[in-house]
Ligand binder design. Structure first.
Ligand code: DLL
Length: 433
């Protein structure tokens, strides 16, 4: 099913007409109501009336995650707080998150975008949709939820974790659409196998998996082990959450909701556009959002796009899967982690730890592993087991409160880690994603 054929299959010229109209509107809105962006426009000497064609977007300044940090918590909001009805947040580069505010219209738009994505995965009004993304500040749970509800599905708001219970609901409620991270889909597959369940004992037909990088190999494995068709869904909290784009049955890239997001792919060094089919940094302009419009937001995600129509009949712009990032953000068990956040925690133990640390990220039994190795300060005894264990517990508590996930901690004698001779290599990620 195509949820909104009029838009998703419109002529490109029709789509571009809508985009231009909405681009002009959002630029005027930001200029009037988003002071940090107005300042940027003034510094660049550009006014809303300078936007007369879609190509004029290149006259506009970029927004980055630093703008969100500098204007923390709500300086990038462009409406009165009274009009914000929902808040979500994701990791910032330090202890403070990036906070997004949504108006009622923004939530309506979000539901529409996600409904389109669910339809790509075969969902309809009769579907039973099990949402196993986390509910809370993370956009995954409530984002998938709002789209499934809009579609009129029966939504099971499981949130993540509780794997045995997930399997019980899947069988007893005859879940046919599963929404979760691809790594959690594999965990569920493994648990199902341990419980002696075969794909045919489940009723799954489609999966809507995203929030972290994954590979074609993982997709095949999930499809085989859960007996469903796996679809990729992309999004980010600053822009909206899940639903910016998703893949259809053709598995030929993710369809972007062109009437809500205008995308550019730029060379991350020169910030010049690259041709369709060439990899670069995805830059997104929200052309329908009120609460926190983002103009030319540098996602740091690497992908390519195409404007060719898809065999499914949709004409929307398609993006490839995400190949990586231009910054050092890691996604571990679905949670965004910046090494700088870990550094903030280490710095809090200034008399006990040195700033010599290394993060090891790997994969065991389809689960991400995450370890912090850090050197003790000079003069501290590593063989005082009681002291070391208590210190580890303190570090773990602080890390959990900032990162939202736990981490194995290894304390080392001073001088153990190799010293940097240039850029310190703080992260060893062996997951090959
Ligand atoms: O991960 C939103 C989301 C929830 C998307 C559920 C899909 C499903 P954030 O926590 O702000 O938001 O993280 C956004 O995650 O910039 C990408 O680097 C990465 N990411 C999201 N979806 C995908 C995907 C949500 N399908 C960051 N493939 C983004 C690869 C993805 N990376």
């Amino acid at each position: 099913m195509i949820w909104n054929e009029a838009i998703e299959c419109a002529d490109r010229s029709e789509i571009e007409k809508i985009q231009l109209e909405k681009l002009k509107k959002v630029v005027a809105h930001a200029y009037e109501n988003q002071m940090p962006y107005r300042k940027k426009m003034e510094a660049a000497g550009v006014k809303p009336e300078d936007i007369q064609t879609l190509a004029d977007i290149t006259k506009l300044p970029f927004v980055t995650k630093d703008d969100l940090a500098e204007n923390y918590p709500t300086g990038m909001w462009a409406v009165d707080k009274h009009d914000i009805v929902r808040v979500h947040a994701s990791s910032g580069t330090t202890g403070k998150p990036k906070i997004a505010g949504y108006t009622r219209n923004d939530l309506e738009m979000w539901g529409e975008c996600v409904a389109r994505c669910l339809a790509m995965a075969g969902a309809d009004q009769d579907s039973v949709v099990q949402v196993a993304y986390g509910y809370g500040l993370f956009t995954g749970g409530l984002g998938a939820h709002i789209g499934a509800e809009k579609m009129g599905c029966m939504v099971i708001p499981m949130s993540s974790g509780n794997t045995q219970k997930q399997l019980m609901f899947m069988q007893d409620m005859k879940t046919n659409i599963l929404c979760c991270t691809p790594s959690y889909a594999l965990t569920l597959a493994e648990a199902a196998e341990h419980a002696g369940l075969k794909p045919e004992n489940l009723h799954l037909t489609g999966g809507v998996f995203g929030a972290e990088p994954w590979t074609e190999g993982m997709r095949w494995e999930i499809e085989k082990r859960l007996g469903l068709k796996a679809h990729d869904i992309y999004g980010l909290s600053e822009i909206m959450g899940p639903g910016v784009s998703a893949s259809c049955d053709e598995n030929a890239g993710m369809h972007i909701q062109d009437d809500y997001f205008y995308v550019e792919v730029l060379d991350p060094d020169t910030l010049e556009p690259v041709p369709d089919g060439e990899k670069g940094e995805l830059v997104i302009t929200t052309i329908g959002k009120e609460g926190m419009p983002m103009i030319r937001y540098r996602t740091r995600d690497i992908c390519y796009i195409t404007h060719e129509p898809c065999a499914c009949g949709r004409t929307t712009t398609r993006m490839s899967r995400v190949f990586g990032r231009t910054d050092d953000m890691l996604i571990i068990r679905g949670v965004n982690v910046f090494p700088s956040q870990v550094e903030t925690v280490i710095a809090r133990f200034e008399n006990k730890l040195t700033m010599n640390y290394k993060l090891y990220v790997g994969r065991e039994d389809n689960k991400d592993t995450f370890e912090l190795a850090v050197e003790l300060a000079d003069g501290l005894a590593i063989d005082d087991i009681k002291y070391v264990e208590a210190l580890k517990a303190d570090i773990d508590r602080e890390l959990r409160s900032i990162l939202g996930i736990g981490c194995k901690i290894r304390l080392l004698n001073p001088g153990t880690l190799p010293r940097s001779e240039g850029k310190a290599k703080r992260v060893e990620d062996t997951r090959n994603l």
